[in-house]
Ligand binder design. Sequence first.
Ligand SMILES: [Zn+2]
Ligand SMILES: [Zn+2]
Length: 346
Amino acid sequence: MRLLAARSPLQEVELKLSEPTSYDVLIDIEACGVCRTDLHVLDAELAGLHYPITPGHEVVGIVSACGPLVERFGIGDRVGVPWLAFTCGVCDYCRRGEENLCPQARFTGYTRDGGYAQQMLADARYCLPLPLERPAGELAPLLCAGLIGYRAYSKAVEVEAGGGNAGAGANLGIYGFGAAAHLIAQVARHEGRRVFAFTREGDEAGQRFARSLGAVWAGASSMAPPEPLDAVLIFAPVGALIPAALTAVRPGGRVVCAGIHMSDVPTFPYRLLWGERTLCSVANLTRADGEAFLAIAARLALKATIERFELDEANRALDRLRRGELTGAAVLEVAAGRLRACKRDT
Ligand SMILES: [Zn+2]
Ligand SMILES: [Zn+2]
C-alpha cells in the first residue's frame, strides 16, 4: 500500500523488489503496526518526505533471502523492522552512542520503504530478532509504540538519578492513551508506579481501557489530576498539552514529549516551567534501545491489545486511528496464504 502524494489515500501498487544486496534482507511480512507517525507521513508533516513511499515501521516478518554481507540472520528467522533503518556510524552522534540523532539516519516507512506491504527489504544490522512462538500481530506494536514509548518512559523516570523522586510509588501521567501508553502503563505498574491517564474529552472507552490496565485515575486532558505528578509522558500530538502537563507536574518533575510532530505549542507563563521542572523530547531510537526493550517486553510478558486489519484495509485503519476510535493498536496482517499465492504468480 503506497502513498503516491501527500494527503491522499494509500493505493495498492504492484512492485517488484530487487534481490537483497550488501547488508539487506528480503522479508516476507506477516504483520505491520499502524503508528501515529504514519499519519504525519500521510499529512506531509515531516521534513524531507519524498513520494511515493510505503509507510509502516512496526514490521514483523520472516527472512526469505539475505544479501552477501548479512551475518546475523538467516532464511526462516523472524525479524522486526523498527523505525531506525540506517545510521552513518562515523558522525559524532553515532560515536557517542546517540545514533538516534545521526543526521544521516534513514527511517523505515519515511525515508525508506516500510512494511505496509507483502515484502520489503531492510538493512539486517538494524533489524531486531523476534521469537517465532508469539503471534506476529501482537509483536508489531512493540516495535515503535513500545520501543519509543519506553525510551520516553526511561527519560521521564530518569529524574530519580538527579535526586528527584520518580521511583516506585511515584505518580506518572500519560497524555494520549493509545498504542504506546497501553504498553508503557504495564511497565510502569510493574515497577510500582501509579499511572494517571489523560484522554480526549469524552473518551470514556479510552478511560475505561486505561483503568483496566491499572491506571489509578483516568480523565480528560483538560482536567487536573487529583494529585501532583512526578513525571508526565505526552504521546498525543497536541502542543497545548505541554502547558497542561507542566501545570500537572510537581516542582522538579519532568515532562517528556514522545511524538515526532506536534501542533504548535501555545505561549505559557514561565512560572509553569519554574521550580526546576524539565521539558524534553524523545527522538527516534537506538539499536540498544530496541534490544533492551524487547528483553523487558519478554520478561514482563507485555500484552498488546490490537485491532486487526487486512493489508488492503490500511486506509480504514489509519482513519480509525485519526478519529481516536482504536482501543490499543491497529495492526495490518498479511495473510500467509495470499502471500504464497502471490509468490507463485511471480
Ligand atoms: Zn551518524
Ligand atoms: Zn511509530
